[in-house]
Design a protein around this ligand. Structure first.
Ligand code: F6P
Length: 519
């Protein structure tokens, strides 16, 4: 399915209900620059995935207005029509004070929930005042969504761990709203979750949803176990749903993906060639004579960037004959730099790159090229297409869309993907060379294996991975969410314990007129 067709499907399926997407990150950020205002699309797979859902039926996207010029381009309510050259939906921005952003985004979301859910041995930090601010900001989102949903039925599609309390707040205020949430990061096991001091409130918040999605079944199972242990509710393992206060929340896996066709098309565009020229100007044409290994990441301790550099270093130490034959190109986007752990990893990476280059470099060859900047979409595509081997070595990752973008961009059918076994993507991309990112020797061995892999094998593996991503694009992801909603919504008001006997009959009634419950 393609973008246009998907947009039309969403319009039809919503059957008059307004579609409201809610996330922390906004789809477009307006920044002040020397000669005016620049609109920037954040490098986020989430934006690509959700835009068609809100765009098709002309819905509303509610998000935190984080850009320095965001207020300049919106109306008094914080609204702006997007895309600016061809308006199709409304962005409603929420304004947060510095204190709110610190407590809710940098604090509770990214220093407590982020490390708690990723379990990468970074200790979460809990602060009661940040929890209070998180509650307060979730209430701010509630007010904005209620305003946007006023006067009619609406399907509210909430994103991620920044807004765990929002579903309950909305359900209490407007029980008729249809609420779906997608949790873009892993859900930890119950033992890891139990240290979260406000676990019951957080789970209660999430159980305000009608449907709650994770990338993979394993995270759904972890969630059900956590609920079973942590809060008064009935967990129906057979149907993967939880009853709390007589209402069910259905829990389902929806592996997110990318727009395969569009990425392939954009990868061949002149803008990508231009970015490639810029890279070659900066790095020197000599890099093309080497086998290029590449990484594309936000600088985040979950992404395993030092681990892959250390693997590359070990490969060079074990195979000194590779000197001058290989290079490592890392595009690294600064992220969440107000947080100490993120500043520390920046320093660590700088030292590590210096050390590796000092150890191996020759007069006319630098092994590691570390480009620390926000690289735009076309530059990222240029890097994907320049390299022989792409490394995704996350220590833990819900899905990881870099892996799927790389595959989509390789219309030439060549290239090797080294992929951490602890990403959601590893379940689907079995033709990648999978690694345990915590195992240094294995990382070095697998990098060497990639170097030695012959063209025929590279092409076979790439062909199978491309077929897999082509069959399961971001539009299939959206369709699966909507299809599931269509199935479960008729069942959501059934009393506790019900729902299993005549699901099919109820289903049938609503299948004839999807989303009729909204009318
Ligand atoms: O994957 C989780 C996530 O929060 C996404 O929702 C988001 O696009 C990405 O990480 C980037 O994070 P941030 O919005 O904090 O820059």
């Amino acid at each position: 399915m393609e973008l246009k067709e998907f947009g039309e499907y969403v319009s039809r399926a919503s059957g008059g209900a307004k579609i409201i997407v809610v996330s922390n990150r906004e789809p477009v950020v307006h920044e002040r620059i020397a000669d005016g205002v620049q609109a920037i699309r954040p490098a986020s797979g989430m934006v690509t995935a959700l835009e068609p859902i809100v765009r098709g039926p002309g819905g509303t996207w509610v998000a935190h207005g984080s850009g320095s010029a965001d207020r300049l381009v919106t109306d008094a309510k914080g609204r702006i029509r997007l895309p600016e050259n061809n308006p199709a939906y409304t962005l409603r921005r929420i304004w947060l004070t510095r204190k709110e952003e610190d407590g809710y985004y940098y604090g509770l979301s990214n220093q407590a929930l982020w490390p708690l859910c990723h379990i990468v041995y970074k200790r979460p930090q809990f602060s009661r005042s940040e929890w209070e601010i998180y509650q307060c900001v979730n209430n701010r989102f509630r007010d904005a969504v209620l305003e946007e949903a006023e006067g009619g039925p609406a399907i509210v599609f909430i994103q991620d761990y920044h807004l765990a309390l929002l579903p309950r707040l909305l359900k209490t205020a407007r029980p008729d709203l249809t609420l779906v949430q997608f949790w873009h990061i892993p859900w930890p096991n119950k033992e890891a979750f139990r240290i979260f001091p406000w676990g019951e409130e957080l789970l209660d918040g999430l159980l305000g949803n009608d449907l709650l999605g994770f990338h993979i079944q394993y995270h759904c199972n972890n969630f059900l176990d956590t609920v079973d242990r942590g809060i008064e509710a009935r967990v129906d393992y057979e149907h993967f749903r939880v009853y709390r206060g007589g209402r069910p929340t259905y829990v389902r896996p929806f592996p997110i993906s990318v727009d395969f066709r569009q990425i392939g098309e954009d990868g061949e565009s002149p803008r990508v060639l231009k970015r490639r020229e810029s890279f070659l100007k900066e790095l020197g044409e000599g890099i093309l004579e080497t086998t290029i290994y590449a990484g594309v990441d936000r600088i985040d301790y979950t992404k395993g960037i030092p681990e892959r550099l250390k693997g590359f270093d070990l490969m060079l130490r074990e195979h000194p004959e590779l000197r001058s034959q290989v290079s490592f190109l890392q595009l690294a986007a600064p992220s969440r730099t107000h947080i100490g752990a993120y500043r520390e990893i920046n320093d660590e990476l700088e030292d590590l790159v210096d050390e590796i280059n000092w150890r191996h470099q020759t007069e006319d060859w630098i092994p590691v090229r570390f480009l620390r900047a926000h690289h735009d979409y076309y530059a990222v595509l240029a890097a994907y297409r320049m390299c022989r081997v792409l490394l995704v070595t996350s220590l833990h990752d819900g899905m990881n869309l870099v892996a799927k973008e790389f595959i989509s961009s390789r219309t030439d059918g060549d290239g090797v993907l080294i992929l951490s076994q602890y990403t959601g993507a590893a379940r689907e991309l079995t033709d990648a060379l999978q690694v345990n990112p915590f195992d240094l020797d294995q990382r070095a061995d697998v990098m060497y294996e990639a170097f030695q892999m012959g063209e025929a094998e590279r092409r076979q593996r790439m062909e199978r991975m491309r077929a897999q991503v082509e069959r399961n694009t971001v539009f299939e992801w959206g369709l699966k969410v909507l299809d599931e909603l269509e199935k479960i919504i008729p069942l959501r008001t059934k009393p506790d314990g019900g729902g299993s006997d005549d699901d099919a009959a109820l289903d049938l009634r609503f299948r004839r007129n999807p989303f009729a419950y909204c009318a």
